[in-house]
Ligand binder design. Structure first.
Ligand code: NDP
Length: 474
């Protein structure tokens, strides 16, 4: 019998996805550029389901029922284009090519447009959850045409993570929408991790708590509003002791954070769209700063490092919890703003509540909190900001004093908390009656005759700064 669906690219993600499909009863055709990986998959896991190994893409294509559905899981970028170029001449109109890699959404838009010319459906599907998710149920964010989703949706929803019996997979929107949403997901993941790291640093360096003690604090937090996969694994990592030294592993790991680039993409796109995603940007920059070893050493030599203050109290722990929660609300509010802006820019018609729904399981940022976001957008799809939803407004209001105390403590102690502090500045920026943007407009008009608008009447104006300083209509 022909195979139902195919996977090409059988490194860790592709082989786990193929196994997930097979375990759900689908006959899966499998292929990899170097056949050894295909053989290894069949040898190690062939008994788990119905696999059809193919040596070449021709064989893979020939083994499939039509319209064909082929998932590409190769390295993002040029390798993906190479596979598409080889695949397209082998396909027929109506066939579907699904890119499950971490593609940039602009590449996905380009590929979708090119394949549409050939009568093919190209589906850029964001897949989150790492290798574990791919095997046991990822969060899946497929873009592409509605028609392709009619064929693919049932299969993808079948293998996706489930929360309360709801699949963490939905048709996100046309062309690059799926990969865009996956990108923002990763950006939010950066922000979330940065805030968690700052909370740890404050409890450790201001509070004087040992990593194992902070692990206990996080374990406690994971039973409340902050309950999430990242908070859960923070307790695991902080509690882990290095076998070689007997020290906390976190004290042995080199403190230079790496990145593969999706956080940077999120910030670059936010800059293009003019959406302030300060939480994600601070997170990306904090990783960059950590990696500048030479500079860090030079500045530390010149100024010295801040001393540990010590003496954590229950109130510090509770304040940090509240600051973490409020800052997290801000980071998510910003990420959702970015999706809304892109949706308007590209005509995607994104359902923001559905995005929160499909992130509840399978992915790295899965959290209890996402139910609240879904509820907020269900109540009001046009919400101006997550911050003004009743639930989040109350949460931020009640956290505000603690949040400020934590920011002051961090600044006073000399412990960097760019995520907490900048989230607070964002909040204060949005709620200010008047912003000094008026002065910026005045300056721009002074040196560049860029004009300004007035609060009391319509129109654009310019002051004759180098003349008699009277105002003229611009
Ligand atoms: P890699 O990103 O390490 O890619 C390796 C695979 O790409 C191999 O199957 C390799 O084939 C194939 N490949 C590389 N170049 C070519 C080429 N020119 N032509 C054909 N095939 C090529 O694998 P992963 O499984 O880690 O990731 C796959 C995709 O999923 C990537 O886009 C990744 O960003 C994304 N992703 C990864 C996650 C993760 O946690 N790892 C999470 C979510 C998404 P060969 O064996 O012949 O070298």
């Amino acid at each position: 019998a022909p195979a139902r669906i195919a996977v090409t690219g059988l490194a860790v993600m592709g082989s786990n996805l193929a196994r997930n499909l097979a375990r759900h009863g689908y006959r899966v055709a499998v292929h990899n550029r170097s056949h050894a990986r295909t053989e290894a998959l069949i040898a190690d896991h062939g008994h788990e389901g119905d696999f059809v190994p193919a040596r070449t893409l021709e064989e893979l294509v020939a083994s499939l029922q039509t319209p064909r559905q082929i998932i590409i899981m190769v390295k993002a970028g040029a390798p993906t284009d190479a596979v598409i170029d080889e695949l397209v001449p082998l396909l027929e109109p109506g066939d579907m090519v699904i890119d499950g890699g971490n593609a940039h959404y602009a590449d996905t838009r380009r590929r979708e447009a090119a394949l549409k010319e050939a009568g093919l459906h190209f589906v850029g599907a964001g897949i989150s959850g790492g290798e574990e998710g791919a095997l046991n149920g990822p969060s899946i964010m497929p873009g592409g045409s509605k028609e392709s989703y009619r064929h693919l949706g049932p299969v993808l929803e079948d293998i996706a993570a489930k929360v309360d019996d709801v699949a963490c997979c939905v048709h996100v929107g046309p062309d690059g929408a799926g990969h865009f949403v996956k990108m923002v997901h990763n950006g939010i993941e950066y922000a979330d991790m940065q805030l968690i790291a700052e909370a740890y640093d404050l409890l450790h360096r201001v509070g004087g708590l040992a990593p194992a003690e902070v692990a206990e604090v996080f374990r406690g937090w994971n039973t409340g509003d902050l309950e999430s996969y990242l908070v859960e694994i923070t307790a695991e990592v902080l509690g882990h002791v290095d076998a070689a030294t007997g020290a906390a592993l976190v004290d042995v790991i080199a403190d230079e954070a790496e990145q593969k680039g999706t956080g940077r993409w999120t910030v670059q796109e936010a800059l293009e769209l003019g959406v302030p995603v300060t939480g994600i940007a601070e997170a990306v920059f904090a990783r960059s700063l950590s990696g500048r070893a030479g500079q860090r050493q030079a500045v530390r030599a010149a100024f010295g490092s801040a001393d540990v203050v010590g003496g954590a109290t229950d109130s510090l722990v509770e304040d940090v919890r509240q600051a973490l929660y409020a800052s997290k609300v801000v980071a998510y509010a910003q990420g959702f703003d970015q999706m809304r802006a892109a949706s308007a820019e590209y005509g995607w018609d994104l359902d923001l509540g559905a995005m929160a729904t499909i992130w509840r399981g399978g992915c790295i940022i899965r959290a209890r909190f996402l139910d609240r976001i879904r509820e907020a957008y269900d109540k009001d799809p046009e919400l101006a900001s997550l911050l003004v939803d009743d639930y989040f407004r109350d949460a931020v209001r009640s956290a505000e004093e603690a949040w400020r105390r934590v920011a002051v403590k961090a600044v006073t102690a000399g412990v960097p908390a760019p995520g907490f502090v900048s989230a607070l500045a964002y909040y204060d920026g949005l709620r200010s009656e008047r912003l000094p943007a008026s002065l910026i407009q005045g300056l721009r008009d002074f040196f560049g005759a860029h004009t300004y608008r007035r609060t009391d009447r319509e129109g654009s104006f310019h002051t004759l700064w180098s003349g008699d300083r009277s105002q003229v209509d611009a």
